[in-house]
Write a protein that binds this ligand. Structure first.
Ligand code: UD1
Ligand code: MG
Length: 454
């Protein structure tokens, strides 16, 4: 029978090497704090409890994780990773298994952790990786029988040890009792005067406790980000991972190196995404959706066949049928575009529903509006939804024709089948089926003389 699994995530480090006011574990990869990535992975293991070690002087970490059920363990002074783990131990019951993760390993996946969990051993276990450039990592030293005799930190390593390419991912596992018995003997007699968690391996080996290591199949998934250079490298890798997943799901990417995915993307078949597209939040793309170059989409649902043309910015909107958006369109939250509708160039739409086959092809602002079916919105139309204090709605019923350069001063309703003459400022409801026009009558002055220069 499995013992209850308690996961400790270390997140109290200052992250000095980032040279940032933002705590290290809140630095983002793919638009999400590194610690949230780690928590997401930890949750997949269905642990009995997740304990996060944090620095009480940095409450932002707790705020950023408030949506997740966490037992917090404060580490008031950053005396090292071993000291950090000790802060969480009082919250862990006897008889539990303990898995230690670091908050700065965002690409970590649950499968590799399962390999560590399932490795049979009554002692200490560590997840390691083999890398060509081991600088900065603790080196794994093994005996002739492959037991881990110790983990040597870079700063404390001999030249020979520095050449070892198997390194510590930081992820270790043991029963609570084994871990505690080793932590009790920790000392800080090293180059940084810190209590290194890694020393539990020396201690265990000396005590005759079994010390085993699993080499991760994909080393790069376990890399931590200590500085901006590593962070950018993880970002690049995260992007490649996400774009590979999309291509595996059947999406055609013009260039997998030139797409940024910072959220969850669901896509149907034969979706095409051109270069330099940014996808954020929750994105759903129906079959055959086409996204032009340079588009930014955040929390967007596009029905099958929708085409988003170049350089459009879409947020919090959805299309419910085939429709055209852009180029250079800005579609803001609360917008719904029905089958056959069109939001053309330099058109901004906010909190508006645009009915079937309705078109706003050029240079318009449509805000807080309900627009029926088969409506034509002329170039330069503006819904004046804001009186300086409150927002008001504009209702445009089916089959309306709005002439170019019209201002609709909300609250206002244009009845079904009405025409609005170009250049009108509509301040009162326009009756159905009639022409409403509010511009001044056109006059021509026959005797007009252009002024001449004196
Ligand atoms: C650590 C390991 C190293 C390993 C590497 C993998 C030790 C001594 N070294 O080095 O063997 O190869 O990770 O990425 O463990 N933290 C605290 N409190 C502290 C110190 C750190 O909570 O007092 C947290 C940090 O927030 C971070 C994690 O522990 O999430 C690791 O600390 P970090 O300073 O990044 O250790 P590394 O130098 O990377
Ligand atoms: Mg680190």
């Amino acid at each position: 029978m499995h013992k209850p699994l308690h996961i400790i995530i270390l997140a109290a480090g200052a992250g000095t090497r980032m040279k940032s006011r933002v705590p290290k574990v809140l630095q983002t990869v793919g638009g999400q704090a590194m610690i949230i990535h780690v928590l997401d992975t930890a949750l997949q293991l269905r642990p009995a409890e997740i304990h996060v070690v944090f620095n009480p002087q940095v409450p932002e970490v707790q705020e950023a994780c408030s949506a997740i059920d966490i037992t917090w363990a404060a580490q008031a002074e950053q005396l090292g990773t071993g000291h950090a783990v000790l802060q969480a131990m009082p919250g862990i019951p006897e008889g539990a298994d303990v898995l230690v993760l670091y908050g700065d390993i965002p690409l970590l996946e649950a499968d590799v952790l399962r390999q560590l969990i399932e490795l049979p051993s009554a002692g200490l276990k560590v997840l390691t990786m083999e890398i060509d450039e081991p600088t900065g990592y603790g080196r794994i030293v093994r005996d002739a029988d492959d037991n881990v005799t110790g983990i040597v930190e870079e700063r404390d390593a001999t030249t020979e040890q520095k050449a070892i390419k198997e390194v510590n991912s930081g992820i270790i596992m043991a029963s609570r009792s084994v871990l505690m018995s080793c932590l009790d003997n920790l000392a800080s007699d090293n180059s940084q005067n810190e209590y290194y968690l890694t020393d539990v391996f020396f201690i265990a080996y000396e005590k005759g406790i079994q010390t085993r290591a699993v080499v991760a199949p994909v080393a790069t998934d376990l890399e931590g980000a200590n500085d901006r250079i590593q962070l950018a490298e993880l970002e690049r890798r995260y992007r490649m991972k996400k774009s590979t997943q999309l291509m595996q799901a059947g999406v055609q990417l013009a260039d997998p190196q030139r797409i940024d995915i910072r959220g969850k993307v669901e896509a149907g078949s034969d979706v095409f995404i051109d270069v330099n597209v940014v996808l954020e939040g929750d994105i759903s793309l129906g079959d055959g959706v086409k996204i032009g170059p340079g588009c930014v989409l955040k929390n967007v649902q596009l029905a099958a066949g929708t085409r988003v043309h170049a350089y459009s910015v879409l947020e919090g909107m959805r299309s419910l049928g085939v429709c055209d958006i852009g180029p250079f369109a800005r579609v803001r939250p609360g917008t719904e575009l029905m089958e056959g509708s069109k939001v053309g160039n330099f058109v901004e739409v906010k909190n508006t529903s645009l009915g079937k086959n309705s078109k706003a092809s050029h240079l318009s602002y449509l805000g807080d509006s309900s627009i029926g079916d088969r409506v034509n919105i002329g170039a330069g139309t503006i819904t004046c939804n804001y009186d300086g204090v409150n927002k008001h709605r504009t209702v445009i019923e089916d089959d309306v024709f709005i002439g170019s350069d019209t201002q609709l001063v909300a609250p206002v309703t244009v009845g079904a089948g009405a025409d609005i003459g170009a250049g009108s400022t509509v301040t009162k409801d326009a009756p159905a089926g009639q022409l409403t026009i509010s511009r001044a009558k056109q006059v021509s002055i026959r005797s007009w003389k252009r002024p001449v220069k004196k």
